[in-house]
Ligand binder design. Structure first.
Ligand code: EPZ
Length: 422
């Protein structure tokens, strides 16, 4: 089993460069199959999720390679098997976002329904509703979504809101399908995440006609054909937020290079409330803390609200605050697998439904803990950096899904993380 052994407490100091965004890369990789030809995507990080998605595209008929300078080359000239097999989709839910592009390109698609997830219930009903609105015939059979649109999809006004607000990958699926539909599509209650804006900008560079980018209303004038593209994905704001918390929880100071503060206003607002300094610099920002951690309340929401993908990391930070904090998870109400593990490290957390009361403690104590999902594992690593003694994080393969060689980037700035396979 892959584990991290973390010695604490440490104080981080130095510079870390932020990688390209995982959650922008995945839908943009899917977008390349909308057209036949060679696309090159830059700044796509080396993560296990990217490898799984590359395998999925190869299964459809694409050729996917890395060039010497790190560009991800996707040759989508041939798509001869528009099928997303269960064996791959079960490893990564984001695979579902090949559905829209396959429908637009091939007029048919068969994609396994994503299974269960550690962070909670994650249906795809809104994805299917949106694609049906564009004219696709969709049925479920033996755990697969079978979608057909032998004739061209047709643009329509579509409301994409759900019980928890907008859906990120649902918006991506419908947006990609609409780019090649006949006529105009209006996507209302679209996700406004920077990753969706990046996808829309990439699609426009491929020849799509999308306006309202970054807003909750996307307007798409369908076109007959798109072109292959050379595109650089945006920096990863969730990775940036994670390293910001690393500086804060260790009372250190980190310079984060290649990050976009503009995508992180809700996060920076909370950090400053907690007593953390975040100063813009021409090539990034400087994050530090030299006073006590103040308690603060956090409610996760779709963008531009506070991101659910940083909830666990901020819980680790606030577990050391002076006073009580209240964390409410409004996007994935069950996303709390990290609570019991942090309590094993002497945090004082009490969960009540989608809310966790965080009673600040003076210190955390190292312990063996179990990672359950990507962001929970990041929170346990951050807690281990601040805790007294040794923390052993088991199942760290989760962290490789979203952070490229995190230990090799944190150790040079003062962390003591060793990777072990036991
Ligand atoms: C994306 O997942 C991200 N994944 C997630 O990041 C992130 O947590 C999430 O958006 C929210 O920001 C990628 O981009 C690859 P949603 P997605 O559809 O699109 C409900 C990480 O750690 N819903 O926006 O799958 C759903 O259950 C990952 O990097 C429906 O009810 O999330 C949830 O409660 C984890 N029906 C809410 O909407 C639907 O058809 C938001 O989910 C779709 C969603």
């Amino acid at each position: 089993m892959d584990t991290f052994r973390i010695e604490g407490p440490v104080r981080l100091s130095g510079s870390v460069s932020i990688n390209g965004s995982k959650n922008a890369s995945l839908p943009i990789m899917a977008a390349t199959i909308l057209t036949a030809g060679k696309s090159v995507l830059k700044a796509v990080p080396n993560l296990s999720d990217i490898s799984v998605f590359s395998k999925l595209l190869r299964q459809l008929g694409c050729k996917v390679t890395r060039s010497r300078n790190g560009g991800l080359c996707i040759d989508s000239t041939v798509i001869d098997n528009p099928v997303g097999e269960y064996e791959i989709v079960r490893m990564m839910r984001a695979s579902i976002c090949i559905l829209g592009p396959l429908l637009a390109r091939c007029g048919r698609a068969k994609v396994s329904m994503p299974g269960g997830c550690a962070i909670g219930d994650r249906p795809v009903d809104i994805h299917l509703r949106g694609l049906r609105e564009l004219g696709a015939k969709i049925r479920l059979k033996s755990g697969y979504v079978i979608a057909e649109a032998p004739k061209r999809l047709t643009g329509k006004d579509i409301f994409m809101g759900g019980p928890f607000g907008s859906t990120v990958l649902g918006t991506a699926n419908v947006l990609m399908a609409a780019t090649m539909a006949k006529g105009r599509t209006v996507i209302e209650s679209a996700a406004c995440e920077p990753e969706i804006a990046d996808l829309a900008n990439c699609l426009n560079k491929m020849g799509a006609k999308i306006t309202g980018i970054g807003s909750a209303r996307l307007i798409v004038e369908g076109v007959r054909q798109l072109q292959p593209v050379e595109y650089q994905v945006i920096p990863d704001r969730i990775e940036t937020g994670t390293f910001m918390v690393a500086a804060a929880v260790t009372a250190g100071e980190l310079k984060l290079l290649n990050c976009r503060l503009d995508d992180m206003m809700a996060v920076v607002d909370r950090l400053r409330n907690i007593g953390v300094t975040v100063d813009a610099a021409n090539d990034g920002c400087v994050v530090g803390r030299n006073g006590p951690i103040k308690s603060a309340d956090i409610t996760t929401q779709p963008y531009p609200g506070f991101p659910t993908d940083l909830q666990a990391q901020f819980m680790a930070l606030l577990s050391l605050a002076e006073g009580n904090s209240v964390i409410i998870e409004k996007v994935f109400p069950d996303r709390f697998m990290h609570v019991a593990e942090l309590n094993r490290m002497a945090a004082n957390l009490r969960k009540e439904g989608p809310t966790v009361i965080v009673a600040g403690v003076k210190k955390l104590v190292g312990a063996p803990v179990m990672a359950s999902d990507l962001r929970a594992s990041a929170a346990l690593v951050l807690a281990g950096l601040a805790a007294d003694g040794t923390t052993v994080v088991n199942r760290v393969y989760h962290i490789d899904r979203g952070y490229e060689r995190i230990e090799e980037r944190l150790n040079p700035v003062g962390a003591k993380i060793s990777w072990e396979n036991i």
